[in-house]
Design a binder for this molecule. Structure first.
Ligand code: DGL
Length: 263
């Protein structure tokens, strides 16, 4: 079979990568997609390097073996920091894109920006983030904010309500009135909580995520490798959700998050 016809894998520790998948499918609707969420082992963001690396590599290699995928998006900041380099060495001819906190647009948006980066403890501890932070330190104030416990709301399908509001108020209130100009959502689960975050921080703070940038990069790589599916009247894209938990309710939640009108 022509490799162009093979599916693209979009991977995350759970439901978060669906925020990236939405952008990817919007940009390339004619492709075939497999979304794999490792909810049985989530959260990744509070685990250590050896665990996150092993989990990510084992999920991706299993999919590559079973489904002859042509490209992969590691739609998880945590898994990207831990394993994207290793995966690229393992599959040198396969386009593999990762995600990283969208610090650049938040810094560039204004002079002397003050940027709060919400992400998992893992992402913010890793070298990849420190290198990114280093690049902008002379132009902006960058405040890393680890958010353990936040992704669990999305995994439970909770995108609004008193409990979430309270959690976010406790997390973000210390930064109110401190001149924060932008918030970077450095975990792919958080875009689903954008409305709830906006309620706490108010309308003047810009909120950034990296989903669209990742989709554009994946498209660029597929084009470059001549792997984009040829459009044709008989061809339509497809999307399959898989989840390591095997739970029906998580597959239903995946579909709900994918089809949410906005967030
Ligand atoms: N969605 C993942 C990310 O972008 C993290 C969630 C987790 O802790 O598993 O970092």
């Amino acid at each position: 079979m022509d490799l162009k016809e093979s599916p693209i894998l979009v991977f995350d520790s759970g439901m978060g990568g669906i925020s990236v998948l939405r952008e990817i499918v919007r940009l390339m609707p004619d492709e075939k997609y497999i979304y794999f969420g490792d909810s049985a082992n989530a959260p990744y963001g509070t685990k250590d390097m050896a665990q996150v690396r092993q989990l990510t590599i084992s999920c991706v290699t299993n999919m590559v073996k079973q489904r002859k995928i042509k490209a992969a998006a590691i739609a998880c900041n945590t898994a990207t920091s831990a394993a994207v380099k290793t995966l690229r060495t393992m599959y040198p001819s396969m386009p593999i894109v990762g995600v990283e906190p969208a610090v650049k647009p938040a810094v560039m948006a204004e002079d002397h920006a003050c940027v709060l980066v919400m992400a998992t403890p893992f992402t913010l501890k890793e070298k990849k983030f420190h290198d990114l932070e280093q690049r902008y330190l002379d132009q902006a104030r960058i405040i890393p904010l680890p958010c353990p416990g936040l992704m669990e709301f999305v995994e439970a399908g909770i995108l609004e309500g008193e409990k979430l509001d309270r959690f976010l108020r406790d997390l973000l209130s210390p930064y109110r009135g401190k001149g924060v100009t932008g918030i970077v959502l450095g975990c792919t689960h958080y875009p689903f909580l954008k409305k709830a975050i906006r309620k706490v921080v108010g309308p003047s703070v810009q909120i950034y995520d990296g989903g669209y940038g990742t989709a554009k990069e994946l498209q660029r790589r597929l084009k470059k490798e001549d792997l984009l599916r040829e459009p044709g009247p008989e061809k339509t894209g497809s999307l399959e959700f898989l989840n390591s938990s095997g739970k029906e309710e998580l597959l239903a939640l995946s579909k709900r998050l994918f089809t949410l009108p906005e967030f």
